[in-house]
Design a binder for this molecule. Structure first.
Ligand code: FES
Length: 325
């Protein structure tokens, strides 16, 4: 196999060199990639809901959910949808990347953990099916009941739809928008302490689920977003201070400057990847003060706890935030 080395980017922590072992187009717009370490060693363990950073030769870093078998220590599988108006990462994968190329990966990380439950309702929109695949496997292995609602533009555009239907029959409900809309709230139903709901997909789907489950017990409905939702204006428009515990240093963060940038500028080592509050790479402990959460990762309970934040996007409500690096 010819190895064509894609450049690796030091912005992502613990970048491993992996070879693109296989690339397979599974729909018009979706490429399925199998990755293994270039040195043949094991890859880090992962759990359903995890994602990796894919570091491409054009300098872009993107996050993709792992969709393969958690018990295979040598391979990661991801699926990349071609985004026509994206930031270029998916175009690079579809148009430039080839089997045999070496790319970098960071992680895995899991911001979307599957919590044990007797019953699950999984909801996926489009490429949001990817984290659901290992979740479904895990649910089946736990002996849990589960159902999947899988929405897409058309049946032919929905990756893994045929396999899911063939393997699981009536547990899987596929619905293409060209055949009419589904009332997501009705499908979810009323709160049930024995049922947890996991959703991944576009903003409109996430919002429908968030609305339908707004009155539920916290933690019973978990969502994973592709993009950060609009966090609105920051809670304060004036500068604030960030004290780095144990360093004796206090950094002033001016309006319009990200906390992560201010920390780096001051000489602190802080790892970032997406810089959009989506991936979780920059998670930082908060030991004092009141963070202004602006990420797409934490749920309401985690936000209220106030003991961590994501400084690539989040800020401070209080005059001073004390963090531990
Ligand atoms: S770098 Fe991705 S959440 Fe901060």
């Amino acid at each position: 196999m010819t190895v064509r080395k894609e450049a690796m980017d030091a912005r992502v922590d613990a970048v491993d060199a992996v070879i693109v072992e296989r690339m397979r187009r599974i729909t018009d717009r979706v490429m399925h990639l199998t990755l293994r370490r270039a040195d043949g060693e094991r890859l880090p363990d992962w759990t359903p809901g995890s994602h990796i950073d894919l570091v491409l030769g054009d300098g872009t870093t993107r996050q993709y959910s792992l969709l393969g078998d958690t018990r295979d220590p040598f391979r990661y599988e991801i699926a990349v949808v071609r985004e026509h108006d994206g930031r270029g990462g998916s175009r690079h994968v579809h148009d430039v990347l080839q089997a045999g190329d070496v790319v970098g990966i960071g992680g895995p990380r899991n911001n979307f953990r599957l919590v044990p439950s007797p019953r699950y309702r999984f909801i996926a929109g489009g490429i949001g099916i990817t984290p659901m695949l290992p979740m479904i496997r895990a649910a089946a292995e736990m002996g849990a009941e589960w159902e999947l609602l899988y929405l897409g533009r058309s049946l032919t555009s929905m990756p893994f739809a045929d396999q899911l239907l063939e393997a699981h029959g009536e547990r899987v409900r596929l619905r293409a928008s060209d055949r009419g809309r589904v009332d997501v709230a009705s499908w979810i139903g009323a709160f049930d302490a024995d049922t947890k709901v996991y959703t991944c997909g576009p903003v409109s789907l996430i919002e429908a689920v968030v609305d339908a489950t707004a009155a539920w017990r916290p933690g019973w409905s978990r969502v994973e977003r592709f993009e950060a939702s609009d966090a609105g204006e920051p809670a304060r428009t004036t500068a604030f201070e960030v004290e780095v515990e144990g360093s004796g240093r206090v950094i002033t963060v001016e309006p319009g400057v990200a906390v992560a940038s201010a920390l780096r500028e001051a000489g602190f080592d802080l790892l970032t990847s997406c810089s959009r509050g989506v991936c979780g790479t920059c998670e930082t402990d908060v030991v004092g003060g009141d963070p202004d959460h602006r990420d797409a990762i934490l749920d309401d309970v985690e936000r209220a706890a106030g003991n961590c934040f994501f400084p690539c996007v989040s800020r401070s409500k209080s005059d001073r935030l004390v963090i531990a690096l």
